[in-house]
Ligand binder design. Structure first.
Ligand SMILES: C[S@@+](CC[C@H](N)C(=O)[O-])C[C@H]1O[C@@H](n2cnc3c(N)ncnc32)[C@H](O)[C@@H]1O
Length: 282
């Protein structure tokens, strides 16, 4: 099959700890994450008058979604360490009174004390240098009875979206998926006991962690989906480090497209996913 060669200069794009350095694949990811985002919002039970903090808000889509639920003095702050992503969020969602974006490291930023009723995050809390310090700081920003709700990945191997195509990449590169550790990164919070310890040490109460099996799906073509798979996560890092010829990249892509096609059913490509939904009270 003939197709364009994708650019896999990922190292310029991806920061090992905090993730994307510039805006990429945003709409594609928002589409794929829609089921789990709905679940996060159902659990967070945001009220119109709430003061809400969205940690690691990235391009601001979840922050914007919160803003649409607010009235009566409600306000949402989207906080992110990436100036590029925040500038993008601001340019997309300007002029909304109930929403502010703050460029900061949420681990030690001086948020208003005892201010937020709700703290939420979609995949934005796994990158702190010191998770205990970060969650103590977040705890201090919450009102008495305030609640925390976030979603994070469980084990990498339980998430087909993250590992699909990896066997093919290994075949061409002899590189394997990295070992998952508790170091800052997308899978730092895959172990519920560790999440519990971190939140408890930060002063949180009523900690609850639900491991939920769900799915990630897209209406994209198999080719577009294969490009995305090759452009994110550990696959992208390995491809960029290996400096493969265009021919090899093209062969890998052909094989991954076939995997995507095999998953396609009624124009939808679906992956099994497994997530930790975490909630806690101040
Ligand atoms: C995987 S992205 C998730 C972005 C967004 N929540 C979403 O679901 O589209 C992780 C985000 O956390 C941000 N981040 C990482 N470390 C951070 C920190 N210490 N303080 C604030 N934001 C941070 C990154 O810049 C990135 O935007």
């Amino acid at each position: 099959m003939k197709h364009k060669i994708i650019n896999v200069e990922q190292s310029e794009y991806w920061n090992e700890k905090s993730g994307p350095k510039w805006v990429k694949n945003e709409d594609s990811l928002n589409e794929r994450l829609s089921i789990l985002t709905n679940e996060l919002f159902t659990r967070a039970k945001i009220k119109a008058s709430d003061k809400v903090l969205d940690i690691g808000c990235g391009g601001g889509d979840t922050t914007f979604r919160v803003s649409k639920l607010l009235a009566d003095g409600g306000h949402v702050v989207g906080a992110d360490i990436s100036k590029t992503l925040l500038d993008h969020a601001k340019s997309k969602f300007s002029d909304i009174d109930t929403m502010t974006f703050v460029h900061c490291d949420a681990q030690n930023y001086s948020f208003d004390e005892k201010y937020f009723d709700k703290v939420i995050s979609r995949f934005g809390v796994m990158f702190f240098e010191s998770p205990s310090e970060a969650f103590k700081n977040i705890h201090g920003s919450m009102r008495t009875n305030g609640s925390l709700n976030f979603v994070c990945w469980t084990n990498m191997m339980e998430n087909e979206f993250i590992v699909e195509g990896m066997d093919i990449i290994t075949k061409y590169t002899e590189k394997f998926l990295p070992e998952v550790t508790k170091d800052p990164g997308p899978f730092a919070f895959s172990d519920p006991e560790y999440i519990y310890e971190v939140l408890e040490s930060a002063g949180f109460k009523s900690i609850n962690i639900d491991k939920v099996y769900t799915s990630i799906s897209t209406k994209d073509s198999a080719e577009k989906d294969a490009e995305l798979l090759m452009g994110i996560g550990p696959r992208a890092r390995i491809l960029s480090e290996e400096n493969l010829s265009n021919e090899k990249i093209s062969m890998i892509k052909d094989e991954i497209i076939k995997l995507c096609e095999q998953r396609q059913n009624e124009k939808k490509i679906t992956y099994k996913a497994c997530l930790n939904y975490v909630s806690a009270k101040k």
